[in-house]
Design a protein around this ligand. Structure first.
Ligand code: FNR
Length: 339
């Protein structure tokens, strides 16, 4: 099977409802919201502009006929629900232009949408610029995925140029650049390094949902590195780490988002927008675009109610909501001096 198709089927197979660190985040309830629901707006600000919805479809696929259809359906969903959307890594199309249409379909479906192209760290400046041009992307995502590469026998082994290439891409890109993990999360040290090379928007993409070490291990008979299947920091922990960074930057959260309540908690933890991959993919493949659109619309309605419940009318003010952490999140806070 094509590697991209295998990623889709394994991500779906591993996407079981399960506990993650969002369950260790408790909202402290106060009895007087003191606002009316009609006052709430879900708007959020990213890249110096306003977005109607504070969540989006994060990078997944493209590069095969099957994934072209998935990108087409995802773009329909993004358009119907007014969501920003990223494609999966476009590097396959940069190597083989015959695959370009498996990504360009998202622009055909959603000409006015805010669309992000995606390449891996280690890409040259030239390829980063070609990725943006492929479908006139409004922003570029660059993914960091060292554990995934290392679990793959054919994976990358050269990481010494990643930061300097990132610096060059940020300088050269005519659109905003988002650096993201792929489900292993980040720390304040990683974020500081990204800021030091000029990155302004960072998707911490933590564990708790899709795991690319688990997926790559499952793709081969010998699974010697299965002990890395749940490697990395959770999205909740990564957000707490991001909040420890003194310099200004914009935080995006993704990894393990299951429903509107997880989106809400990630926003309370400081994310400006929240990316969702496997939950939307699985819904799309199991139930089709119409039901997926209906569920996403209901998430928006639920968010409006959740903002009301905590007495906040603006996304940016959700960071005022008092939270309590338990279990391993609490232990992490203690060990890393997060108060
Ligand atoms: C991904 N993800 C991903 N990320 C990226 O930057 N480039 C890519 O090409 C892909 N490909 C990809 C394929 C599939 C099938 C899935 C499910 C995911 C990672 C994704 O953007 C995200 O960071 C993680 O999946 C964590 O989010 P979820 O799945 O837990 O919501």
């Amino acid at each position: 099977m094509n590697r991209k198709d295998e990623h889709v089927s394994l991500a779906k197979a591993f996407h079981k409802p399960r506990l993650n660190d969002f369950d260790a985040v408790q909202i402290i309830h106060q009895s007087f919201p003191e606002i009316d629901s009609a006052q709430v707006t879900l708007e959020t600000e990213l890249f110096g502009r306003s977005f109607a919805t504070p969540f989006f479809i994060n990078a997944m696929t493209g590069g095969s006929e099957k994934s072209k259809k998935i990108n087409q359906d995802l773009a329909e969903v993004a358009k119907a629900c007014d969501l920003m959307m990223a494609t999966g890594s476009v590097s396959a199309a940069l190597k083989d232009p015959a695959l370009s249409d498996t990504f360009q379909v998202v622009r055909q479906v959603n000409p006015e949408g805010f669309l992000l192209a995606n390449v891996g760290a280690g890409s040259s400046v030239e390829n980063a610029l070609r990725a943006i041009d492929l479908f006139e992307a409004d922003a570029l995502q660059i993914h960091l995925n060292a554990p995934q590469e290392l679990v793959m026998p054919e994976g990358d082994r050269e990481f010494s140029n990643w930061l300097s290439l990132l610096e060059q891409i940020v300088k050269a890109a005519p659109v905003p650049v988002v650096v993201k993990e792929v489900g292993f999360g980040m720390t304040r040290e990683t974020i500081q390094q990204l800021i030091s090379v000029g990155v302004q928007t960072i998707d911490v993409a933590g564990s708790g949902g899709t795991s690319f070490t688990q997926i790559e291990n499952a793709r081969r008979k010998k699974r010697e590195m299965a002990y890395l299947n749940h490697f990395g920091q959770s999205t909740v922990i990564s957000l707490l780490e991001a909040n420890e960074v003194q310099h200004s930057f914009t935080t995006i959260a993704s990894g393990g988002i299951r429903d509107a309540f997880d989106i809400f908690k990630a926003l309370c933890l400081g994310a400006k927008s929240v990316g969702i991959s496997a939950t939307i993919l699985t819904m799309l493949l199991d139930k089709g675009p119409e039901e997926t659109i209906a569920t996403i619309q209901s998430w928006k309605e639920q968010l409006q109610l959740l903002y009301t419940m905590v007495g906040q009318t603006l996304t940016q003010d959700l960071t005022n909501v008092p939270l309590i952490f338990s279990g391993s999140v609490k232990d992490w806070c203690h060990a890393r001096h997060i108060s």
